[in-house]
Design a binder for this molecule. Structure first.
Ligand code: FUL
Length: 484
């Protein structure tokens, strides 16, 4: 080979290499997690005997007849959620009190024993069907702690719990998320024993066995708990993700030992673990009211649209999903206060995100990997991206606008199929002959929203990846203006 053909071969190999996709970095999301990330905001429905007894945790000895939502209307519950942009709904099929909202064969303590609709009602079935009609996905919360069950605390209960899960995952169509909370207060009715029962959170439930069942019955469903395996609790019930909030996480138990649902070192959950070995993104569960269940006394304390917007920024805006609880009332409907807040929030979302002000910008970059150029930041697609050469971790993109744009929100996304690679970014505007930084952020992952203190007007912007653990792979740069 002459020197010339050798060099030609090297450069051909080099560009062929650069034209290939970047290699994934660290832990990456599964297909079911990728689908879950797209949901962004989902709704929680806390509804059971507690709604009628004015409690947050039922004792387990409630008369099933107290459950009597005379005007229950699943469509009227789901419609306002859909209008607010919720993409899924998770119902408390069974809360800690053990009352089952579907006609289960596993216990007498269910809607079948209630006078509501002559014992023929099925809240799970009706919410699932309404969700389908409104194009929302449907998920179930099945409390592991059961204060009604005589067998609770004994090995037999695990079989009952799995039978309940089997019914829910077999009879109600596709399930997008299975939600296991970690609470357990010990004392309960337990079939009349009325005593305190303690269980070993790490071993009693044999979680791996239950998750295997979920995988078999609903392979596309994500499983939520303090430790995943697919989605993690964010570590607080205020709806606030950490900043940074890494999608990777290696949970440890409260005492530093092995973790399990109900036994996790909560202070790690909001941020996750940078370079953790598992992709285990955060979900921010929070109620639109002070309590999880509906209480008349809290009708005047429903979060305002502005508070919901703020929650959106500190959850979704940090790469987590928001799971917003909107509890049905004793009629079996959402209260007008909650509906009004949802409407305000929905209006804000539509008016803010309806138009990407960065679309149409001319964009150049300091480095790009052949066909993975920076134009992909603006094409509105999540399967295309701007990537740099493997060795280039710091890179800049410059956006030039035909006419100056005024915006108050910036949205960035990594192409997370390639892992979470970027550690920090900064954004500058061109002003009087110089670049001036006006925004910065750390973790991005599936998305990062930066809400500016006041709107910025600029004809030229610069996005700088200031720190990355691997060559950046970004799929979106977008600008939005909030309504006045
Ligand atoms: C917790 C429960 O104890 C609360 O009642 C509520 O269901 C919340 C979402 O999870 O663990």
């Amino acid at each position: 080979m002459t020197r010339r053909t050798f060099l030609a071969a090297v450069s051909a190999a080099g560009s062929a290499f650069a034209a290939t996709e970047p290699k994934p970095f660290g832990a990456v999301p599964s297909a079911r997690q990728l689908a879950w990330h797209r949901l962004e905001t989902t709704a929680f429905l806390h509804f059971t005997v507690n709604t009628f007894t004015d409690r947050e945790w039922g004792l387990g000895d409630e008369d099933p007849n107290v459950f009597n939502p005379a005007r229950f209307d699943a469509d009227a519950i789901v419609e306002p959620l859909a209008a607010a942009g919720m993409t899924g709904v998770i119902l408390t099929a069974k809360h800690h009190d053990g009352f089952c909202l579907w006609p289960t064969a596993t216990t007498e303590h269910s809607v079948r024993a209630s006078g509501w609709r002559g014992g023929k009602g099925d809240v799970v079935g009706e919410i699932a069907a309404a969700a389908r009609r409104h194009k929302l996905r449907f998920g179930v919360y099945l409390s592991p702690w059961d204060r009604n069950q005589a067998a609770y605390g004994k090995p037999e209960y695990i079989a009952i719990y799995r039978r309940q899960l089997t019914e829910l995952l077999s009879d109600y169509g596709p399930i997008f998320e299975v939600w296991h909370d970690g609470a357990n207060g010990g004392d309960g009715y337990y079939g009349g024993a009325r005593e305190k029962r303690t269980i070993d959170k790490n071993t009693y439930y044999d979680w791996p066995g239950t998750w295997e069942l979920v995988r078999r019955l609903q392979p596309e469903a994500v499983v939520f708990s303090d430790v995943g395996p697919d989605v993690r609790w964010v570590g607080n019930e205020r709806g606030i993700a950490g900043d940074p909030c890494w999608a990777t996480y290696d949970p440890v138990g409260a005492d530093g030992g092995p973790a399990s649902p109900g036994n996790v070192r909560e202070k790690d959950s909001p941020t996750g673990t940078r370079h953790g070995t598992r992709w285990l993104p955060a979900e921010c569960d929070v109620s639109i009211r002070p309590g999880w269940f509906w209480h008349e006394a809290e009708n005047a304390r429903v979060k305002t649209p502005a508070e919901l917007v703020e929650l959106y920024f500190v959850s979704v805006g940090r790469g987590a999903n928001l799971l917003l609880n909107v509890p049905p009332n004793r009629d079996g409907l959402l209260s007008s206060e909650d509906i009004a807040s949802l409407e305000g929030f929905g209006r804000w979302r539509r008016s803010t995100f309806g138009r990407n002000l960065a679309a149409g910008a001319r964009i150049t970059a300091t480095n790009a990997r052949e066909r993975f150029g920076p134009q992909h930041l603006l094409d509105g697609r999540e399967d295309t991206y701007w990537a740099t050469d493997d060795a280039t971790v710091r890179a800049e993109g410059v956006f030039e606008f035909a006419r100056p744009v005024t915006f108050g929100v910036v949205r960035l996304r990594e192409a997370i199929a390639f892992g979470q690679r970027v550690d920090a970014v900064a954004i500058d505007r061109w002003d009087s002959g110089d670049w001036r930084q006006f925004a910065a952020a750390t973790s991005i992952g599936p998305r990062r929203l930066i809400r500016l203190d006041r709107p910025v007007t600029a004809g030229r912007l610069r996005l700088r990846v200031t720190e990355a653990s691997a060559s950046p792979v970004l799929s979106e740069f977008a600008l939005f203006a909030e309504p006045a």
